[in-house]
Design a binder for this molecule. Structure first.
Ligand code: 13P
Length: 289
């Protein structure tokens, strides 16, 4: 295990007013670009795979790939299971060597979610997983979509209730809580504004780290204010996928006869790296190793 675990970096981020990005990936080319960005900027790195991502790559293969980079590059790298929807997948990720797990019980009735999350916290902590993240309200918006719609209308009364959040954290013992204050999955022409007053109230009442999903396309000013108010991690997926596929399409269109992956992928890796560098600079985790 790395000397300073993910919890250490969440604590440092909270104290110093910056955040870690969680970069999701489902291919080695994406991973390469993300790692190069973090190495260049000397940022601690948090990687994430959803069930879809790791279903494609394989949990063991994902973990082995990350281990290989970890040994090579000399920066702290952590791997989180993103949106695990069952105890089984969480156990498999821990078995495969993931450093952190996110159990997403937001589709379950609240009490059932509390019971299962609590069991996961116990089993994960017994296996030296440093951060268990919980969620009881689904972040709206379809994942990894560049939506045609102008914006997504959100109802403020569906955002995280500070008292319910405090109860969830107390009863489950989660280390981090995904809160709903206006971020959405995917990118809209105009992503919704964040409810920063609510975030302040949650922060006052909740005894855990606070994290946000849906980092792509969020109004930068709001996101920065949320980070300054104590959000320690923001998930980013759609923008990385868009950079990957847009460049891949361009490269293939410009070189229709090229068939060699190592000639096709370098500009794709470069575009992914650019997005990751931008996020690291913006969230303030550069030079924080
Ligand atoms: P985006 O796709 O909006 O970046 O959100 C990613 C996410 O929250 C993964 O859990």
């Amino acid at each position: 295990m790395q000397r300073k675990d993910l919890k250490y970096y969440y604590g440092k981020a909270e104290k110093e007013g910056w955040a870690m990005a969680q970069f999701n990936f489902s291919s080695d080319e994406q991973l390469k670009g993300i790692v190069q960005a973090a190495v260049k900027l000397r940022s601690p790195l948090l990687l994430g795979t959803s069930e879809g991502d790791s279903g494609f790559l394989g949990l063991e293969q994902t973990s082995a790939l990350v281990d290989a980079y970890r040994e090579k590059v000399g920066i702290p790298i952590f791997l989180n299971l993103d949106h695990g929807h069952s105890i089984e997948i969480v156990e498999q990720a821990i078995e495969a060597g993931y450093d952190a797990v996110h159990f997403d019980g937001s589709r379950l009735p609240f009490e059932e979610n509390v019971q299962i999350t609590k069991r996961i916290v116990e089993l994960a902590h017994n296996r030296s997983v440093s951060v268990v993240e919980g969620e009881f309200q689904e972040v709206p918006g379809k994942h990894s979509t560049l939506h045609e719609e102008e914006t997504l209308k959100l109802k403020a009364d569906e955002f995280t209730d500070p008292e319910q959040a405090a109860r969830f954290v107390k009863e489950t013992g989660v280390d981090a809580l995904a809160v709903l204050i206006g971020t959405v999955h995917g990118v809209y022409k105009q992503n919704p504004r964040l409810d920063l007053i609510r975030l302040q109230k949650i922060r006052k009442q909740v005894q855990s780290f606070l994290v946000l999903h849906g980092g792509s396309g969020t109004p930068p000013k709001d996101l920065l204010a949320a980070i300054k108010q104590g959000v320690v991690k923001v998930n980013v997926s759609t923008e990385l996928r868009a950079a990957f596929t847009e460049q891949l399409r361009k490269t293939l269109a410009a070189n229709p006869k090229e068939i060699t992956p190592y000639n096709i992928f370098p500009p794709v890796v470069e575009q992914v790296q650019k997005v990751a560098e931008k996020k690291i600079m913006f969230f303030g985790s550069s030079q924080k190793i």
